[in-house]
Write a protein that binds this ligand. Structure first.
Ligand code: AMP
Ligand code: ZN
Length: 116
């Protein structure tokens, strides 16, 4: 499996640092965000390192890409009341702070739009 030694989320994938996991399989790990922005705030990460969505779609096969999306949906449906929100921040303008692709799954409250 291609992971990055220095990457925070790769360390969670390798279980080198603890996380409150809600789902794990061959393709994805999902765990609760340390700084939750909703009653449920889970991060879904591919088990192989890709910094950005664009790198991931270039390198991941269809099964991996499909699992990334289906895991986000599974978590949203598990924890959401009447819907949920999935967010991916990319690059400086997107507000990305951890450079391992992740989908934020936010649920358990009504969301507003536009986001900040
Ligand atoms: P982003 O700003 O989209 O890159 O999101 C990174 C997210 O990772 C933020 O919401 C952080 O609160 C969260 N985060 C950072 N370190 C950890 C960690 N060790 N365990 C869980 N969540 C983390
Ligand atoms: Zn990584």
């Amino acid at each position: 499996m291609a992971t990055d030694d220095a990457c925070l989320f790769c360390k969670i994938v390798r279980r080198e640092i603890p996380a409150d996991e809600v789902l794990r399989d061959e393709h994805v790990v999902a765990f609760r965000d340390l700084n939750p922005q909703a009653p449920t705030h889970v991060l879904v990460v591919p088990t192989e390192h890709a910094a950005h969505l664009s790198d991931f779609v270039a390198s991941a096969g269809g099964d991996r890409a499909a699992r990334f999306l289906s895991a986000a949906s599974e978590i949203g449906r598990r924890f959401g009341r009447d819907g949920y929100r999935v967010v991916m921040n990319e690059g400086p303008d997107g507000g990305q702070t951890v450079h391992h692709l992740h989908a934020h799954v936010l649920a358990g409250r009504h969301m507003t739009w536009p986001p900040g």
